[in-house]
Design a protein around this ligand. Structure first.
Ligand code: HC1
Length: 603
C-alpha cells in the first residue's frame, strides 16, 4: 500500500492505484471525460489534470499510478485554467447545436462546459459539419462532427467486446475515429450491440431513431399498434425520469404506453417463458441424439440464441460453430410471429393492419427485427424495435411524468409471465430459467428440492464466464406435453447437467476458444451467451450512464420482480400451456412451433 494526500485528505491505497481512483476513495471529485470505469485508462482528453507536488507538468490523474507517497492538488488556479482551456478547445471543434442533439441534458461535454462556466466560444466554433453522418447500419448512427476523440468507443469495441470495428485514424488535428478503411458501418463487422453508444460522452453515437415512424402509425386509425416490453427496460426506464437506477416501474410504464396510444400492451416475458419451453425441448432432444443415439451431427454444448448481438458475433467470427446455436428464435421474434398469427386470428384483425413494436434495451434488436428470415408469419414479425431511451423520449413528448402514473397490468393473452421470464434480462437468467424448467420436467421434483429455493445462486452475479452443474438423480413422470419427444427417458437418470454462462463478447470469445481447445466449457451441455456486459440490463439501448453500479442496481430490481412473482417457472405459465393446446398443436418442438418459433443462421 501507499499513501497519497489529495487536497489535504490522506488516503492509503494499493500501490499502482491511479490518482483518480485514490481521489474517489478520499471523497474528492475530479472531472473526467475520456475515463470510463468499464475501460482501461486512456489519458487522452486531459480534463482530469491535477498538480502533483514535485512534478513540473500537470498530470492526467486517470493515467497516473501512485507508486510512492505523493501530494496532489486538484483545484489550483493552474489546474482550473488548464481544464477550462481544454474544454474551450473541444467546444471549438465540436459541431452541434445542443437544442437539436439527442444528448441534450445528458451530455458530458455540456455538463463540463456548465461546470466550468463556459459562456462564450473563446476559440470560435465549427458551424459547418466536416463529416457526413453515417446512418448506413440502420441500428447505430455515427456523427463524427460531435466526436471529442475520447476513444471510449474504440476501447469499448476492442477491449470490452473484442469486435474491433472502430479505430483511430490520423494524427494530431487530422485524428478521427474511423472504421476499417473508413467504410460505412454497414460494410464493416459491427455486431450492433450499441455498447459504444452507452459509453459515448456526447451525441456522436446514437441509435437509429424510429420514434417518428411509430408516432405516425399510432396516429393512423386503420392500424392496430401493439407493444411488447422486454424484461430489462422496466428496471431502467425510471432513470430517464430522475429515479434511482433499479427502481422498477413496470406497471406505471404500462399505463404510459396506453396513454401514448398503443392498442395492446404485452409482456415479452411471456415469450421468454415460451422460449424456455422450446429451447428446453431442443436441449433434451439434442442430448438424446448426441449421448444416446451417438449422432455425430448433433453439436453440444448447445448455445442460447436470444441475444442478437451475440448471434451476429458468432456468425461473423465463428461461423464454424453455428450448429451449436439453438434454433429457437429470441422472445422478441417469437412474440412478433404470434401476434401476426394467433392474436390476429383471435382478434379478427388482418395482419397487414397489425403493427408490432417492441420496447428493448438493445440496439441489435433493430437489426434482428429486420433480418430477412424473420417473416415466418408471412409479414415482418416485428416492425419496430425501440430502445429504452427512444421510448422515454416518446413518453416525455406526450407530456407524461411516468413515475406519477397509476399502475396497470399487461393485456391478455400475452400479459401473463413468470419470474423466469423476467430474469432473462440479467446475465445467467436464461440459464436459471431453463434449469428450473428442465429439472422439474425431467425429475418430477421441484427445483427447491435441489437448491432449497428457486434461486439458482451459482448462476447469478457478474463474473464474465462461469459454470455450474447439477446431478439429476431420479427421472420422474414426464408430463404429457413432452412425452412425444423421446421414446425413453431413463438415460437421464443420475446424469450431471453441466451449464455455462458468458456475457460481453470478449468473454464469449474466451469461452468459444476454450471449447475449441477442449477445455472445461467443452464439457458443458448448454451455455448462455449475452452480447452485452451484465446481459440485457446493460444493453446498448439502456439509459446513459450504464456502469457496474447501475448494472448491479438494475439486476436487483429484476431479481426482486422474480421473487415477488406468484409463478416463477416457465412451464407453469398457464397462458403458454394454453397456447400449445389452442394453436401450437404439435406441442413443444412440433410442426407449428418450428414454423413460427424457430430459425436458422447464416455465416
Ligand atoms: Fe433481452 Fe430477451 S432478455 S434478449 O436480453 O431473450 O434485448 O431485456 O428482450 O428477445 O425476453 C434484450 C432483455 C429481451 C429477447 C427476452
Amino acid at each position: 500500500p501507499v499513501t497519497a494526500t489529495i487536497d489535504g485528505v490522506e488516503v492509503t491505497v494499493p500501490t499502482g492505484t491511479t490518482i483518480l481512483a485514490a481521489a474517489e476513495k478520499a471523497g474528492v471529485r475530479i472531472p473526467t471525460l475520456c475515463h470510463h470505469a468499464d475501460l482501461s485508462p486512456a489519458g487522452v482528453c486531459r480534463v482530469c489534470v491535477v498538480e502533483v507536488e514535485g512534478s513540473r507538468a500537470l498530470q492526467a490523474s486517470c493515467a497516473y499510478p501512485i507508486t510512492h507517497p505523493i501530494k496532489v492538488n486538484t483545484t489550483t488556479k493552474a489546474v482550473r485554467k488548464a481544464r477550462r482551456h481544454i474544454i474551450d478547445l473541444m467546444l471549438a471543434n465540436h459541431h452541434g447545436d445542443c437544442f437539436t442533439c439527442k444528448r441534450n441534458n445528458n451530455c458530458e461535454l455540456q455538463s463540463l462546459a456548465q461546470e466550468y462556466g463556459v459562456d462564450s466560444f473563446r476559440f470560435g466554433r465549427t458551424t459547418q459539419p466536416k463529416y457526413e453522418i453515417d446512418r448506413s447500419s440502420g441500428t447505430i448512427v455515427r456523427d463524427m462532427n460531435k466526436c471529442v476523440l475520447c476513444r471510449r468507443c474504440v476501447r469499448t469495441c476492442s477491449e470490452l467486446q473484442e469486435v474491433g470495428c472502430l479505430t483511430i485514424d490520423g494524427r494530431g488535428t487530422q485524428s478521427k475515429i474511423s472504421t476499417f478503411a473508413d467504410k460505412a458501418l454497414a460494410s464493416v463487422i459491427c455486431i450492433s450491440c450499441g455498447q459504444c453508444i452507452n459509453r459515448c460522452p456526447t451525441g456522436a453515437l446514437s441509435e437509429a431513431d424510429q420514434t417518428d415512424e411509430v408516432w405516425t402509425l399510432l396516429d393512423d386509425p386503420t392500424k392496430h399498434v401493439v407493444i411488447q416490453t422486454a424484461p430489462a427496460p422496466r428496471a431502467a426506464i425510471g432513470e430517464c425520469f430522475g429515479l434511482e437506477p433499479g427502481t422498477p416501474v413496470t406497471f406505471e410504464m404500462n399505463s404510459a404506453l396506453r396513454r401514448i396510444g398503443f392498442d395492446g400492451v404485452f409482456d415479452t416475458n411471456f415469450s421468454a417463458d415460451l422460449t424456455i419451453i422450446e429451447e428446453g425441448t431442443e436441449l433434451i432432444l439434442r442430448l438424446y441424439k448426441a449421448l444416446v443415439k451417438k449422432d455425430p451431427s448433433v453439436m453440444l454444448p448447445m448455445f442460447t440464441s436470444c441475444s442478437p448481438g451475440w448471434v451476429k458475433y458468432i456468425e461473423h467470427f465463428n461461423p464454424d460453430m453455428l450448429a451449436h446455436l439453438s434454433t429457437a428464435k429470441s422472445p422478441q421474434q417469437m412474440f412478433g410471429a404470434l401476434i401476426k398469427t394467433y392474436y390476429a386470428q383471435k382478434k379478427g384483425i388482418d395482419p397487414k393492419d397489425l403493427v408490432v413494436v417492441s420496447l428493448m434495451p438493445c440496439t441489435a434488436k433493430k437489426f434482428e427485427a429486420n433480418r430477412p428470415e424473420m417473416v415466418s408469419s408471412g409479414y415482418r414479425d416485428v416492425d419496430y424495435a425501440l430502445t429504452t431511451r427512444e421510448l422515454a423520449k416518446m413518453v416525455k413528448e406526450a407530456g407524461i411524468d411516468l413515475p406519477k402514473l397509476p399502475k396497470s397490468e399487461f393485456d391478455p393473452p400475452f400479459g401473463s409471465a413468470t419470474g423466469s421470464g423476467v430474469i432473462f434480462g440479467a446475465t445467467g437468467g436464461v440459464m436459471e430459467a431453463a434449469i428450473r424448467t428442465v429439472i422439474e420436467l425431467v425429475t418430477g421434483k421441484t427445483v427447491e428440492n435441489f437448491y432449497d429455493h428457486a434461486d439458482i445462486v451459482p448462476l447469478r452475479g457478474f463474473e464474465g464466464a462461469r459454470m455450474a452443474e447439477l446431478t439429476i438423480g431420479e427421472v420422474g413422470a414426464v408430463p404429457d406435453i413432452l412425452k412425444h419427444l423421446v421414446p425413453d427417458w431413463n438415460w437421464l437418470k443420475g446424469a450431471t447437467l453441466k451449464v455455462g454462462v458468458a456475457h460481453g463478447t470478449a468473454n464469449a470469445r474466451e469461452v468459444l476458444e476454450d471449447i475449441k481447445a477442449g477445455g472445461p466449457f467443452s464439457q458443458c451441455h448448454f451455455i448462455e451467451f449475452m452480447a452485452c456486459p451484465g446481459g440485457c440490463l446493460g444493453g446498448g439501448g439502456q439509459p446513459i450512464p450504464t456502469n457496474a453500479e447501475v448494472r448491479a442496481a438494475r439486476a436487483r430490481a429484476i431479481y426482486q420482480e422474480d421473487s415477488d412473482a406468484p409463478v416463477r417457472k416457465s412451464h407453469e405459465n398457464a397462458a403458454v400451456l394454453q397456447l400449445y393446446s389452442d394453436f401450437l398443436l404439435g406441442g413443444p418442438g412440433g410442426h407449428e412451433a418450428h414454423q413460427l418459433l424457430h430459425t436458422h443462421y447464416t455465416p
